[in-house]
Design a protein around this ligand. Structure first.
Ligand code: J2J
Length: 592
């Protein structure tokens, strides 16, 4: 396995191979194998473009040869940042074919994220969409090459004057023999939803991802008749492989790429292409359900709507079948691996109120208390998991891995959940310091580190605040500098934007307070802040924390990563379900 990755123990890997779980698939060989099976059937649709399986395989072969001619070598990391266009699929498979390892980036990522992804992965190349939604990605890429000596090549969609930029169309050559990949090696990298200030890279192997898509595709009962609508960004694990793009192509179905998840665009595509399956986050599901009242689009082909990525309220879940006329499938998933889903024959109550069962009989799932002891059925604790498609370690992150995994290889998800008698998962909340805004994951620590660099900010704590449409929004509590003027929300957003932070991470609200509440161990008490964020009428004067025993105070806490510039450790050490009570107030100024 690529250096910097954590392989599964040899014995476990041997068992997965013996049992046929890992069957030696090389993702780079798939388009040709599919073409041999499905030939002239339509593989991809985007706008007026329709691409058959044979054409897709031919394009992948030519692009793989093109990348090789450009000097891309097996093992190279290439940041891939393209929207929902056929080129994403072609380039991803061409890079697999050439033995390079794409790092899937979001189109909303800006210099802050791209710099980090390039540095961490040691990327030698970067694929950009030219100008997309008004942002010049090529200009950003050129800036990055000036900063990062390892980053040698930029490939851009569309024309660009600079000789340093290779047009993506020019990555094209007569097919050549290329060495096959080791199926147990890394095929590509997904990004972690993030608990730490900077996102981690998740290595996904050929074998593990082939197993995931095969398993979920079989659960979905996909056939050549199925049409999958990629409504969410294609680089999201949910869209790419649950069963998503890869699972649908493996079954000989058709993938329709939607430019964005709006109801207008997606309903029109469902009607025109007779879509049978699609996947959305709860925020998008709500927009679709609300729009359905006004739309007479023919959605009768739609058999299943998968909803996942954030908490789905049972009331919203209950509207899906009556209003859209299709089955609801709840999906709990993570780029790290584990997937749970409701099944076609589940009783209606389970479909509405649980996130279903793990997709593989080889998934190991347990719910533990703070001491790591398993809790009884029905009791909430942290979800731990390991299995044939769940990572054993983030890329180049030994210190973080020591905390994120148990000594026997279970991944600590940071999610709070319980199990039902019959093994169904119910997500109850989170331990991790993350805001889930409309399905986007935002690490509080990352936004805090940037806020601290803004003039006038002495301390910062970011918490989620419930929101009807997005599920959660980003709420920043700030302590101003005594000598300076408190910046407005607009000033803060402008400053963070100028620092190259992706816009979806900008705070929705900012409130200046006199100080931040602390837990007995001296960490910022985010439980108290979450309650305060949800109720502006509560006083902003925090109960002084009781003094802990001398011994426990002397013990430094190492559960969260220190970010340069962030003095206080922001991981709450309060019990997950305590409800704190703020007491009478100091003056505050609400911004935004
Ligand atoms: C509550 N929280 C959920 C759910 C994920 C399929 C579906 C989703 C993702 C994904 C994915 C949730 N209810 N149904 O990769 O393949 C939160 C949890 C989880 C985190 C992972 C897939 N489904 N979540 O959302 O890597 O907190 O993957 O740990 O982006 O989203 O985020 P991400």
């Amino acid at each position: 396995m690529l250096e910097g990755c954590t392989p599964w123990p040899a014995e476990t890997a041997g068992r997965y191979r013996r049992e046929g779980v890992w069957n030696g698939t090389d993702l780079g060989s798939l388009p040709r194998a599919w073409a041999d099976r499905y030939g002239s059937a339509t593989a991809l649709v985007a706008g007026e473009t329709r691409i058959s399986y044979t054409e897709l395989a031919d394009r992948v072969d030519r692009r793989a040869a093109g990348f090789a001619r450009q000097g891309v070598e097996p093992g190279d990391r290439i940041v891939l940042q393209l929207p929902n266009v056929p080129e994403f699929v072609e380039v991803a498979f061409a890079l697999f074919r050439a033995g390079a390892k794409p790092v899937f980036s979001l189109t909303s990522h800006r210099s802050n994220e791209i710099r980090h992804l390039c540095e961490l992965s040691g990327a030698t190349g970067y694929v950009v969409p030219g100008v997309f939604r008004g942002f010049d990605h090529t200009a950003l890429a050129l800036e990055m090459t000036a900063e990062l000596p390892a980053l040698r090549r930029i490939y851009a969609q569309g024309e660009h004057g600079s000789p340093a930029v290779v047009p993506l169309e020019a990555v094209d050559a007569d097919p050549v023999e290329l060495p096959a990949n080791d199926p147990s090696d890394v095929a590509f990298f997904l990004l972690s939803g993030g608990t730490t200030a900077l996102p981690k890279l998740i290595p996904r192997t050929h074998d593990d991802y082939a197993y995931q898509t095969r398993t979920v595709g079989a659960l979905a009962g996909l056939t050549t008749e199925d049409v999958y609508l990629a409504a969410l960004p294609v680089e999201f694990n949910f869209t790419w492989g649950c069963p998503g793009v890869v699972g649908t192509l493996a079954a000989g179905g058709t993938v329709v790429l939607a430019p964005d998840p709006t109801a207008d665009d997606c309903f029109a595509l469902i009607e025109r292409e007779r879509v049978t399956l699609t996947s959305v986050v709860p925020t998008v599901a709500r927009l679709w359900l609300d729009e359905r009242e006004w739309s007479d689009a023919d959605l009768s082909s739609l058999k299943v709507l998968q909803i996942g990525g954030a908490r789905l309220e049972p009331e919203l879940a209950a509207r899906v079948t009556p209003e859209l006329g299709c089955r609801l499938q709840q999906v709990f998933g993570m780029a790290e691996g584990l997937l749970t889903m409701s099944r076609p024959d589940d009783d209606p109550h389970s479909v509405l109120h649980t996130q279903g069962r793990p997709v593989s009989p080889f998934d190991e799932v347990k719910i533990v208390d703070e001491r790591g002891e398993e809790v009884p059925v029905g009791v909430t604790g942290e979800l731990l998991t390991r299995g044939p498609y769940t990572l054993r370690g983030y890329y180049r992150a030994p210190e973080h891995n020591a905390r994120a995994f148990t000594s026997d290889g279970f991944y600590r998800t940071g999610d709070l959940a319980s199990l039902t008698e019959d093994g169904r998962l119910i997500v109850q909340g989170r331990l991790k310091d993350v805001v889930i805004r409309g399905g986007d994951k935002i690490a509080a620590g990352e936004v805090e580190a940037h806020l601290l660099s803004c003039p006038g900010v002495a301390a910062a704590a970011v918490v989620p605040v419930p929101d009807e449409f997005l599920g959660e929004r980003i709420y920043a509590f700030l302590v101003g500098r005594p000598d300076g003027e408190a910046p407005s929300l607009a000033d803060l957003k402008a400053a963070l934007h100028a620092r190259g932070l992706a816009d979806y991470k900008l705070p929705d609200r900012a409130e200046f307070v006199a100080d931040l509440p602390l837990t007995p161990l001296g960490k910022i008490d985010k439980k108290v802040l979450s309650v305060a964020a949800a109720d502006p009428s509560l006083p902003r004067r925090w109960t002084p924390a009781p003094r802990p025993e001398a011994t426990s105070e002397a013990t430094p806490d190492t559960t969260s990563e220190a970010t340069p510039g962030t003095a206080p450790d922001t991981t709450s050490d309060a019990a997950p379900d305590t409800t704190p009570e703020p007491v009478p107030s100091l003056s505050t100024s609400q911004k935004g």
